[in-house]
Write a protein that binds this ligand. Sequence first.
Ligand code: NAD
Ligand code: DAU
Length: 404
Amino acid sequence: MLRGSELRKSGAIGWLTSRRTGCQRRSRERRRCQGDSLVKIFITGGAGFIGSNFIRHVLSLGDSYAVVNFDKLTYAGNLANLQSVAGDPRYQFVKGDICDPDAVTQAMRGCDVVVHFAAESHVDRSIYEPAPVIQTNITGTFILLQVARTLSVQRFLHVSTDEVYGDLSPGVSADENFALQPSSPYSASKAGADLLVRSFVRTYRFPALITRSSNNYGPYQFPEKFLPLMITNAFGNKPLPVYGDGRQQRDWLYVEDNCRGILAVLERGRDGETYNIGGNEVLENLEVISRLLKLMGKPESLITSVADRPGHDRRYALDCTKIEKELHWRPHIQLDSGLEQTVNWYREHADWVEAVRRGEYRTYYAKYYEHRNSALEAVMSAEGTSLTSGAAGEERGSRKDRTN
Ligand code: NAD
Ligand code: DAU
């Protein structure tokens, strides 16, 4: 069986699979003693929603993988998401910023492959405070690529999004060659990062791949995002804030399906290629909320229309023929069953929700929901704009809120 340093020579397609098959022949005990026979994955942003689900997923598959979770622990990073694997000898956590090349180099050394989740991932925050989004999503990705190349990692999987394709007309679905037409600072930063990855593939023949997934939902999602926000508000009989007319369409993908897709691409994708990963469940936001309320036995009167998101994309939809044909990946969880599992998870994890809501979230919610109109007014008049960080903007935004 190949050792980590010899992986690249084994050829692009299927190298990880053949390595794992080899691993599986060994006894569990023997593999444990030979730590170097595990594929060591350097995961960025593993304390967030998808990253933590991915870590639990790969560690549940047997003894093929070890994981280094490199995470800055921003408001979105939460080590409680990884409590179940914290004591696993195959799991290691390193607190650090992907924009810090020395810290990245130190932590990535000895890892075979990289799966890059870390990002400022919320579109609304990127509208109010774009500077940290550009820094982490573009500069951070660039630093990771540089370090990974220097250390000769065998594969680099960059986790991107369907939002890079922008707002789609009715009936259109984007395949991987669709033009990149991002609308928000968030999606523009992800498109910028995708192009950097592409440039490393083309210029340096760097073995990188990209996945672009649709809207994920499921356990451990931070409740600033649509579904967990609606679920947790509905539990408390609080208003469900629907942006604009609520007729925007998103394609909903259960997070475990995305994790399986990402792993399939890591193991069997072709170097330099991009793979869409969608749930094939394109629905209007209001339709999703109706299903949710029915499931939870809550009244439609909770639905409350609020001011729209600036630049709000009306519709996303992915053509996933490539990953289906090449890698035989398909989503397993349909929306109705995924919604039920998600609602149950949030019901059973009220402590997790409570802890998250006690933190920075409380300020965020007050500012952008309870004082939504003035916050939007400030950002649209560029009054809250800071050229270097969000701090000055925050001060100005809250001064205006107080006059409301
Ligand atoms: P998240 O916001 O839940 O988690 C992001 C994680 O990255 C957090 O743990 C945070 O602490 C960490 N992080 C942020 N800045 C960092 C930095 N500078 N250095 C190190 N760590 C840092 O995000 P998510 O929803 O899990 O999304 C993960 C990835 O998937 C992102 O790249 C996002 O763009 C992409 N994506 C998300 C979705 C979705 O629906 N959530 C869909 C498609 C693509
Ligand atoms: O499409 C993939 C993207 O999905 C990811 O790249 C992003 O990281 C992720 O945040 C998500 O972006 P969206 O903007 O699509 O997700 P969000 O949960 O913020 O909103 C989903 C839809 O619901 C969108 O049309 C806006 C609307 N919405 C959202 C919130 C938070 C509301 O109507 N009310 C709300 O309070």
